[in-house]
Write a protein that binds this ligand. Structure first.
Ligand code: CP
Length: 318
């Protein structure tokens, strides 16, 4: 793993390797063991051109638990505000010997673009690019599902909400199908469901919440991505909750031991009510905690690839 940009095209074996590695990092992520030296001497920069609470901080914690030096570039006070291009920012940070860039950007494809132009020694990790991809979120969600449900091969997983604008949903559908989940359903108003989603991802599409989550093992709720939406598409919050908001009563059609997830941030009273969000079937905060171990796994694998390539090339700065 040199860069980590998308789930698309990755093998089941690689996804399982990430999950297994993350299992090995849980004790460090939970601070039973303080740190491991896998990225000692490496510099990891967080470049978040879009807001974040969970992803940015868990990447930072993960990098610190791997003993890396961490730079958090404040984009609003950086030279980006004076018109510096993304590539110039990349080149300047590379001149400071940054080894890995964790990047979130509003434009789809930004991290692929950066990976194409990065120095051969650098790694780019996608922390969310536009409506395209959020691969570490999908992997921490897979990790959480595996911890609660074990075998992927018998599961029914329902993803509910704004599928159209969600990079998380895209990455989750790809990961679930790659890991062999036989029944993946997407549930949304017609205006928030991409055309051809069934053929493109091998999922089934539904427009009725109760029917869509019937007998589901896992229900993943999504936020309405207002920031990516044409205002003509914006549903009223009240109307949306009335039709697609998850309540205890509606959840009754799912399996009794259903696991309820949400990548955050939650809009309480829009996609779900607080009783469900904070209820006994919710693992939403566990998802956040699992983000540290999964991001440790991804970053250590990328740094491991950098080290092996440098060793193969006979370089001495590993
Ligand atoms: N799930 C997620 O990406 O949350 P943040 O926007 O807080 O990083």
């Amino acid at each position: 793993l040199k860069h980590f940009l998308t789930i698309e095209g990755l093998s089941r074996e690689l996804l399982i390797e990430i999950l297994e590695k993350a299992e090995g990092f849980v004790s460090v992520a939970q601070q039973a063991v303080k740190k491991v030296p896998l990225c000692r001497g490496k510099v990891i920069a967080n470049l978040f051109f879009e807001n974040s609470t969970r992803t940015r901080t868990t990447f930072e914690l993960a990098a610190k638990r791997l003993s890396a030096d961490v730079l958090n570039l404040n984009i609003s006070t950086s030279a980006t505000a004076k018109g510096e291009t993304l590539l110039d920012t990349l080149r300047n940070l590379e001149a400071m010997h940054v080894d890995m860039f964790v990047v979130r950007h509003a434009s789809s494809g930004t991290t692929h673009f950066m990976a194409r132009h990065a120095h051969p020694h650098s790694s780019i990790v996608n922390a969310g690019d536009g409506g395209h991809s959020h691969p570490t979120q999908a992997m921490l969600d897979m990790f959480t599902i595996r911890r609660h449900k074990g075998d992927f091969s018998r599961l029914s997983v329902a993803i509910v909400g704004d599928i159209m604008h969600s990079r998380v949903a895209r990455s989750q559908m790809l990961a679930l199908k790659t890991l062999g989940v036989p029944d993946v359903r997407v549930i949304a108003p017609r205006t928030l469901l991409p055309t051809h989603v069934e053929e493109a991802f091998g999922v089934s599409a539904h427009h009725d919440l109760r029917e869509g989550i019937r007998d589901a093992d896992v229900v993943i709720m999504l936020r309405i991505q207002r920031e990516r939406m044409n205002s003509a598409l914006l549903p009223s919050e009240h109307e949306y909750f009335h039709l697609f908001g998850l309540t205890e009563k509606r959840l009754a059609t799912a399996k009794p031991d259903v696991t309820v997830m949400h990548p955050g941030p939650i809009n309480r009273g829009v996609e779900m009510d607080s009783q469900v969000a904070d209820g006994e079937r919710s693992v939403i905060l566990e998802q956040v905690s699992n983000g540290i171990a999964v991001r440790m796994a991804v970053m250590s694998m990328c740094i491991g690839t950098q080290n092996s390539r440098a060793q193969a090339a006979g370089e001495d700065h590993v």
